[in-house]
Design a binder for this molecule. Sequence first.
Ligand code: FRU
Length: 510
Amino acid sequence: MKWNKNKNIIVGLACMVAGLATNAQNKDKPMHEEHRPQFHFSPKAHWINDPNGMVYYKGVYHLFFQYHPGSSIWGPMHWGHATSTDLVHWKELPVAIYPDSLGTIFSGSAVVDENNTSGFGKDGIVPLVAVFTQHDMVGEKAGRNNFQNQSLAYSLDEGKTWIKYAGNPVLKNPGIVDFRDPKVMWYAPQKKWIMTLATKDRITFYASPDLKNWEKQSEFGQSIGAHGGVWECPDLFSMDDNGKQVWVLIVNLNPGGPNGGSSTQYFLGDFDGKTFTPGSEQTKWLDYGPDDYAGITWSNTGNRKIFLGWMSNWNYANLVPTETWRNAMTIPRELSLKHTGNDLLIASAPVKELNNATPKPVVMNNLLLSGNTVLNKKISMATLPCRIDINMHELKDWSLILSNELGEELTVGFDKSMNQYYIDRSKSGKIDFQKDFGARHVAPRFTTASNMDMTLIIDVSSVELFADNGLTVMTEIFFPNKPYKKINIQSTEAAVINRLAYTKLDSIWK
Ligand code: FRU
């Protein structure tokens, strides 16, 4: 697919104009307007896509992001900036990196250059270095094939302000239209930086001693994995598997996901500083829902691997029915490796910091699902946003339904006969802004364990399902015409929920 984000922009513009009339009522409380996530990061105003430059430094998690200031549809990209000390509460800061004559600022990463290999450090100050793609719109319009190049910026004030390197670009395009999204890591055994770059239908690895001079090492993936669309936003890191080091290569893909459009696949294998060798050629997905894309991990977090995705899909990201702002991020997730049967998989779990930031749960034991159980009747404050943890000792069909007085509903469940989890948003409210949005999506169950556990993080316009300790993950957004106020749980068979814990999540926006 040719690189193009303009697909839905005309329709997006029409929605934006229609929305202007109702904006006035939300102006004073931008973080509480209709559909605004209360427990997920979204910017006060305007468009966002991919998380970028995620780096942890001196107790602060930096989140940069693809941002179009001044518009709630995609356009010339900047790096917006937000920080958090607990991965839950975010503070939005001024735009960090602006376009220049080399192009707009596409996705990329940031590292702590502890040894000052780049020479950007001064007076003992450790530089943070951002590595990103510059997208030259003039070159693109002229039909050239080398309009995406990699550039650097550095910060000497712990990420607050950024200075572009005068020698940009540091990695020039050899004539590949899709040549972007550098994720950089320090490869300690050979004391060098490795850049993992998405290059159309494969990953290309580069190495550098100083972040400024890059040399090609190898390519991976031209004939392995899912190829329904262009490869974007990769990540490479190692994880511990019972004392054994396993290398993880994350490759985002658009379109071609298991439930349509944008999605995140990964490969497990080995990396020797030059070449990535996969252990298995089977395609694995980090999240089966349609709304987790362009996710990568924070750098400088030691053995902890914390992942964050963009909670949307290029099929409709420009069309979703919000007005002053568009799109949000997922909940940060901690990744781990888990053996199941003969397979090794990545499991995801909401970061543990969420527990510290939330009140104590209301716990119910042995909840009999004979027909239809209305949770609100059992727990008076069953409202959104919330977290629901469910444990069942037996494998049974179940579904959890969020609904409003208009009869709009969103269903999350497990279908025992198909051994699949599903999320159905076909009656969830506003669905006709794009033809494929109102659909039912499925995901396989990977374990054969006879007990089930599920965690649901439910915000006012999103649900994230982590099933079987995070082996199956699904993320979906939805837009009811009135907020969902009722939560039902039901089963087609006599089923018992052995433990249900409901936790009200307080809004992170004060
Ligand atoms: C992924 C992506 C990246 C690119 C950015 C542009 O969603 O297409 O490949 O750098 O978005 O905004």
